[in-house]
Design a protein around this ligand. Structure first.
Ligand SMILES: *[C@@H]1O[C@H](CO)[C@@H](O)[C@H](O)[C@H]1NC(C)=O
Ligand SMILES: *[C@@H]1O[C@H](CO)[C@@H](O)[C@H](O)[C@H]1NC(C)=O
Ligand SMILES: *[C@@H]1O[C@H](CO)[C@@H](O)[C@H](O)[C@H]1NC(C)=O
Ligand SMILES: *[C@@H]1O[C@H](CO)[C@@H](O)[C@H](O)[C@H]1NC(C)=O
Ligand SMILES: *[C@@H]1O[C@H](CO)[C@@H](O)[C@H](O)[C@H]1NC(C)=O
Length: 736
């Protein structure tokens, strides 16, 4: 059965497409289309009577106050034009998203298996070594005008356009400069797209990466479509990556289309949101759920767009003692847009479900402080959004306005820690965690360190996050730190953190609950088969990268951060969003719930005051965490028994055994630690204003060696000011 969304979408679209077409024929297309924009500015989901007489639900939030303004904002001329264009198009069949499977792609001939028809998909990427099974296009076995590339839509389809690209390659240049198009119902009799009596020769590509769209002047109806290259780049050959635009037509005798149809019963706003629309939607969520949400921003992009976040918690605006903080971020690469929409969907979903009394969501909201930041790089996003879901290629909008890759723009603390480890300074002289940011990093200007990165760092230092996920695109896999290889010359090298076990679990918790990630029978996105590794991979063993958000978060803060690559297609068509939501919804929730694994508690002094910056060490794991301002801490751990030590400067360390069970819910493990005699003496002396006394080093607690101050003098970290400046001075000085 066709599902609700598919139906709403397909039929709404179809009627609009036909309407647009009719309009063109009558010479009144623009007026008609523009009128429709006003009536249903959500192009893909107009409220409509469906074939069986049901009325589609109003788009989520459309009756909310405030949307009036958004409508006004949206009827700017550019928006109308954009939407008019969108409306006349049919959606992509899904060569890029893999909705079209390998067996639906055929070709007259192939150069070799790695360049077979199954590789002729828009935006497919070649492997590192291009002469293997995973090359960057379909290439014909011969370069002559008899070659063709065929897509079997497996159902009657109204084809409306073809998008082509050349071969993805570092070394060679191959693309098709012109082609004809044919359609068929049986793959024997073919009808060529004509202009009157002449076959139309469409202009193709003029370089390898930029996608070029050709609309068919009159849509062709059929099941099969073929692209026939007529000319190609003379110094290369016939190679193409293709996407086909087409609207599925009712085809009751065809059994194929009943498979693979995914639906959602969630009534959410399934569309791509421009910056203004995103802000508006967040406002609507906030108005609908004022008691559990709060909107704030962490700073501005280069172009001055605010980096908005929404907080979801039973007491928004404050950190509650013992309640862990969680974050999802998305869109550090502006063209990887699915994460942004998933977070916008997630906030709507959580608000709705909380209001309707879903116990799982209520529990999560009551016990967790959740932060969702849907767009880290709004400048990049606007560029990608401008050209839309199919024509941006692989990288338009990826970088910040300054051309920086925000996700890999963080200070490389790995090298600093590993250098200290090599000298055996860890953990005696240098901490195995909270590695300070080197001074040089701060002295760099905007052309080196993006303003967005700085905003993120300040946010990451300010909020005591425990667990985070950043949503990326273009693959289907979850990566966990380290992202940087230890050996300098290795491109790929397994490099686990001391917390490898829990990181693997965290990654698996997302991947295994995703609808596709761990499906061993699914086709690989590009070149690598991550399903073999349960849909997860250590970042460095995929490809090494220095200065990643994940490594930085782990080494500089308490927060364990992972990357979720949520889809092969970086910018899926709007019509694919309901399915992508279904693919990811459970994973998004399950991963958030993992923040409640391991142990948590409060470190207090004898008087019952929480101690900030106390260190929690787990025996056998060479990576500590610290308490937040009120003395509360969270330590993510897999089930097991752990010997845990709490220590703080001026206090006697205390250890205890804490047990972590299998069920979710962190084990409470509180500590009371007493002042050391030395620190009490120091305090008394300070009170009485004695002259400076030099304290012999051996009396100091081992964890706060004095020389740390010298070895790290050139390093600085706001989070650590207390430890490295005033707080750790051991000379007892006279007050003036
Ligand atoms: C395929 O069949 C449909 C009707 O079933 C017809 O409208 C269309 O023209 C046919 N297409 C081709 C290419 O023959
Ligand atoms: C079709 O023919 C008309 C004139 O006959 C011409 O203006 C138009 O550009 C042609 N279109 C294509 C796609 O070749
Ligand atoms: C918000 O909380 C107030 C006071 O507890 C309550 O009266 C109100 O119904 C709540 N609003 C919503 C939308 O839940
Ligand atoms: C920013 O720093 C780079 C090198 O670090 C330098 O080349 C550039 O001129 C600086 N730009 C500005 C605006 O200061
Ligand atoms: C601290 O001082 C008390 C007496 O005030 C003494 O009994 C205790 O042994 C001392 N503790 C240490 C660790 O030196």
């Amino acid at each position: 059965m066709l599902t609700r969304w598919t139906r709403v979408w397909c039929c709404g679209f179809l009627s609009l497409s036909l309407l647009g077409l009719l309009g063109v024929i009558l010479g009144a297309g623009h007026t008609q289309a523009a009128k429709h924009v006003d009536q249903h500015h959500r192009v893909s989901r107009p409220t409509e009577i469906m074939p069986d007489g049901q009325t589609a639900k109003e788009p989520w939030g459309s009756k909310q106050p405030g949307l009036g303004t958004s409508k006004k904002e949206m009827t700017s001329k550019k928006e109308v034009e954009r939407q008019t264009v969108t409306k006349l198009d049919c959606p992509p069949l899904g060569l890029e998203t893999l909705k079209i499977d390998d067996f639906q792609l055929h070709a007259s001939s192939i150069k070799r298996y790695g360049l077979g028809a199954h590789r002729g998909r828009l935006n497919i990427q070649a492997g590192l070594f291009e002469d293997d099974f995973y090359d960057g296009a379909w290439c014909a076995g011969r370069n002559d005008p008899l070659q063709w590339f065929e897509v079997d839509a497996r159902r009657l389809t109204m084809f409306t356009g073809i998008i082509t690209q050349g071969k993805n390659s570092l070394w060679s240049s191959d693309w098709v400069t012109s082609y004809k198009v044919r359609a068929s119902n049986d793959s024997h009799t073919w009808v060529t797209v004509k202009n009157g009596t002449q076959d139309i020769v469409f202009l193709g590509n003029s370089e390898k990466e930029l996608p070029v769209l050709n609309r068919l002047p009159i849509p062709m109806v059929g099941r099969y479509i073929r692209v026939h290259p007529q000319s190609w780049y003379p110094r290369g050959g016939i190679c193409m990556r293709v996407e086909v635009l087409g609207c599925p037509l009712p085809d009751p005798n065809n059994y194929y289309h009943r498979r693979n149809e995914i639906t959602t019963t969630d009534n959410l706003d399934f569309k791509h949101h421009s910056y203004k629309e995103m802000r508006q939607l967040m406002k609507v969520v906030n108005e609908m759920c004022p008691n559990i949400t709060r909107i704030y921003n962490i700073g501005k992009s280069h172009n001055g767009l605010k980096l908005y976040a929404i907080e979801i918690s039973d007491n928004p605006g404050e950190h509650e003692l013992g309640e862990p903080e969680f974050r999802y971020t998305a869109g550090s690469h502006g063209n990887e847009v699915l994460g942004r929409e998933l977070l916008l969907l997630l906030m709507q979903f959580m608000c709705q479900e909380y209001l309707s009394g879903n116990p799982r969501i209520q529990h999560l909201v009551d016990e967790t402080r959740i932060h969702l930041l849907p767009s880290i790089n709004p400048d990049g996003y606007e560029k990608a959004f401008e050209v839309g879901s199919e024509l941006g290629g692989w990288s338009l909008g990826r970088w910040s306005q300054d051309g920086l890759d925000i996700h890999h723009n963080f200070p490389d603390l790995n090298s600093i820690l590993w250098a200290a480890e090599a000298r055996k300074w860890v953990p005696r002289k240098v901490f195995n965690h909270h590695v300070p940011i080197p001074e040089w990093y701060y002295s760099k200007n905007e052309t080196v360190i993006a303003v967005e990165t700085r905003a993120l760092i300040t946010w990451m230092e300010k909020v005591p996050f425990v667990l985070g996920g950043n949503l990326q695109g273009g693959e289907l896999v979850v990566t966990f730190p380290y992202d940087k290889a230890r050996s300098q010359r290795r491109v790929q090298e397994l490099n686990p953190t001391p917390d490898d076990h829990i990181f693997r679990w965290l990654a698996y918790s997302y991947a295994s609950t995703h609808r596709l990630m761990t499906d061993a029978s699914r086709r690989v996105c590009h070149t690598e088969d991550f399903a073999k590794e349960d849909g997860t991979i250590n970042g460095a063993s995929w490809h090494t990268a220095a200065g990643s958000m994940n490594d930085f978060s782990y080494l500089h803060t308490n927060c364990f951060e992972l990357s979720m690559y949520v889809g092969c297609d970086k910018f899926p068509h709007e019509s694919g969003l309901p399915e992508e939501w279904e693919n990811n919804r459970e994973s998004l929730l399950v991963f958030m719930e993992q923040v409640h694994r391991g142990i948590k508690g409060v470190v207090r002094d004898i008087q019952g005051h929480g101690i900030a910056n106390a260190i929690i060490s787990v025996e056998g794991i060479n990576h500590d965490v610290r308490t937040a301002a009120d003395g509360d801490y969270w330590r993510l751990l897999n089930p097991g028994e752990y010997k845990v030590k709490a220590s703080a400067e001026g206090y006697n360390p205390t250890s205890k055994v804490c047990e972590v069970g299998y069920e979710i819910g962190a084990t409470q493990c509180d500590f009371v630690i007493s002042r050391t005699n030395l620190s009490r003496i120091k305090e008394i002396m300070e009170k009485f204003g004695k002259r400076p006394i030099s304290v012999p080093l051996r009396h100091l607690p081992q964890h706060y060696p004095q020389r740390q101050q010298q070895s790290q003098a050139q390093l600085r970290s706001p989070a650590d000011t207390k430890l490295f400046s005033g707080g750790s001075k051991l000379d007892i000085s006279e007050k003036d």
